[in-house]
Design a protein. Structure first.
Length: 326
């Protein structure tokens, strides 16, 4: 369920105080300095996906600061990923200053001083979560705060696309689905940080493997769909097709090859069942997503050294008896 806060109905004199409170309550305690004599209306729309708070923010020029006083007072440690939509942000943390343009994103760490200045009307989507939920080294995280990540190419593009799509659909997710999508997003972010730092920690392959397990589960649940393809699978998991292929490369496989083998194995099993004699080879093939009988026959023979019909007649010793009991 989304929660929304807007200062549009308030007088300009009341907006500053209300906005300061809303920003600190949504994220972490921050000092907010509005840069207009007459503050523009501001709005924050938020959703919660597991450990991940997702907020779309739009307002007028301002500067927010995480000061020593606020850090000492609350002792919280959160990370904030901000995906810039409109306007430009100037971010400062850990000795760096970066200009974050539309369609770029950056990371801030609430346990250390940072400043963000927005000199014109803006809109961004922010994702905030406890530091312990991101499994990367502190030294690597510190090296990448206040850094502009482009969403045009490479792994950063995958992360930006995934988080953007997740935010767009957040209001419609139930709690369990939201937790799963949030976990996958943080896995992807951890992989990006490890990649940028030129290392893959012992955890990084495990994170990729966990994502691959979720992808394979989706494939198995949709194996009978003839339209199942790398593009539909990637879209269902808010990832790029390129990254999907990289996940399967971890096992020396291809997406299409893995799907084909799973379908063939189920056809091989079903062809030995008594019911397959009456329904026919083509019907068994269609049940598992093969549209063309001739194509099915070719790939079956290539995989098992005999045609589907020959397999149905002869099988292998013990196979028929096993399948009749299934």
């Amino acid at each position: 369920m989304s929660t929304a806060l807007s200062t549009s109905q308030l007088s300009s004199s009341d907006r500053a105080e209300c906005w300061h409170e809303a920003v600190s309550r949504t994220f972490i305690p921050l000092d907010v300095n509005l840069l207009e004599k007459e503050p523009s209306p501001g709005m924050i729309v938020s959703n919660q996906l597991g450990v991940l708070g997702v907020s779309r923010v739009q307002a007028g020029p301002q500067m927010v600061t995480r000061s020593k006083r606020l850090i000492a007072r609350d002792g919280q440690r959160f990370l904030i990923l901000s995906l810039q939509g409109r306007g430009t942000a100037i971010k400062e943390q850990d000795g760096r200053e970066s200009v974050i343009k539309p369609r770029e994103f950056s990371i801030s760490d609430s346990s250390r001083l940072f400043r963000k200045k927005l000199q014109s009307e803006f809109c961004f989507t922010s994702f905030h979560f406890p530091r312990e939920e991101l499994h990367v080294r502190d030294e690597d995280l510190r090296a990448l705060t206040a850094t502009a990540f482009s969403s045009d190419t490479g792994s950063a593009a995958l992360v930006a696309t995934y988080f953007e799509r997740m935010a767009r659909e957040a209001a419609g997710f139930d709690a369990a689905v939201g937790r799963q999508f949030a976990a996958t997003g943080l896995d992807l972010l951890a992989l990006l940080i490890d990649e940028r730092r030129g290392r893959f920690t012992s955890q990084a392959p495990e994170l990729a493997a966990a994502t691959l397990v979720r992808v394979k589960d989706h494939i198995m649940r949709n194996l009978s769909d003839p339209d199942l393809s790398p593009s539909t699978i990637a879209a269902a998991h808010f990832m790029s097709v390129r990254y999907l292929h990289k996940l399967f490369e971890l096992e020396g496989a291809t997406v299409g090859g893995w799907i084909r083998m799973q379908r063939l194995e189920r056809c091989r099993r079903d062809l030995l069942r008594p019911a397959a004699v009456s329904v026919g080879v083509a019907a068994v093939a269609r049940r598992w997503g093969f549209v063309s009988p001739s194509h099915f026959s070719r790939v079956f023979r290539a995989a098992y050294g005999m045609t589907p019909r020959e397999w149905q007649v002869h099988g292998l010793p013990g196979e028929r008896h096993t399948n009749e009991r299934l």
